[in-house]
Design a protein. Structure first.
Length: 252
């Protein structure tokens, strides 16, 4: 059975006050329910200890980025080992904002995936096409290449630490979501790319991200190859996020 996961990516938002407002209610209303998913909160790195404290260890935690290097003179960077040391289980790699605003290439993403897996954490590799690429009919090819290159260094038993998040760039923060059918088609394509890489494709969770909200989550999560979501804006609103966490079909 693949893991069902809902991960809230707070991006560069939040404060100590927000942690206090959100974390307790999320724990009370979205964690440990039957048929619900693993709930992961991915705040800005400095807030990780506070989220952990507020959640009493009940929430899984992640960071939004780590360094491609292990340790040393890299001012401003945070390592995968540090994320682990803080109690994180997940690391986002290659989010489209990292690719677009910070020039992260597939090769950098691949090195980060390697660091994350070496540290024993789960790497959530984010992939997705731009609107121009979709309109040019290149979406599948672009996403397949990002998956192949970003996961090029993953070996045998490391695949259990890999999650893929399909996030079409045109859907992130725009209020436009891929239809459940289009998202399902891309998720199936991602799974076939993983298969061709000799990965245990049926066991790897593939999440959808891009304007997931309480009112579209259930349709997305009922598709057979969509194993949960990576949630940006809606993860900052308790009611929205909790109802997204509860949007999996019963018996899943
Ligand atoms: P969004 O962001 O839900 O605000 O579209 C998703 C993401 O960037 O992970």
């Amino acid at each position: 059975m693949r893991r069902k996961i809902v991960a809230g990516n707070w991006k560069m938002n939040g404060s100590k006050d927000l942690v206090q407002q959100l974390v307790g209610v999320i724990c009370d209303r979205a964690v440990g329910l039957d048929d619900a998913a693993e709930v992961v909160v991915i705040p800005p790195a400095p807030y990780v200890p506070l989220v952990q404290q507020q959640s009493d260890g009940k929430l899984a935690l992640g960071v939004q980025n780590v360094s491609e290097w292990q340790s040393g003179a890299y001012t401003g960077e945070v390592s995968a080992d540090m994320a682990k040391d803080l109690g994180c289980g997940f690391v986002l790699v290659g989010h489209s904002e990292r690719r677009q605003l910070f020039g992260e290439s597939d090769d950098v993403a691949a090195r980060k995936v390697e660091r994350v897996l070496e540290s024993g954490l789960t790497a959530v590799l984010c992939v997705g096409e731009t609107l121009e690429q979709r309109e040019a009919g290149e979406a599948e090819q672009v996403v397949a290449e990002q998956v192949r290159r970003g996961l090029a260094g993953v070996a045998g038993d490391q695949w259990e630490g890999v999650v893929v998040a399909y996030e079409p760039v045109w859907a992130i923060g725009t209020g436009k979501t891929a239809t459940a059918e289009d998202a399902q088609a891309m998720h199936a394509e991602i799974r076939s790319v993983l298969k061709a890489m000799d990965a245990p494709a049926e066991e790897i969770s593939v999440l959808y991200g891009g304007s997931v909200k309480a009112d579209n989550a259930a349709a997305l999560f009922s598709e057979p190859d969509i194993d949960g979501g990576l949630i940006g804006g809606a993860s900052l609103k308790a009611d929205e996020f909790i109802s997204i966490c509860r949007s999996f079909p019963a018996g899943n």
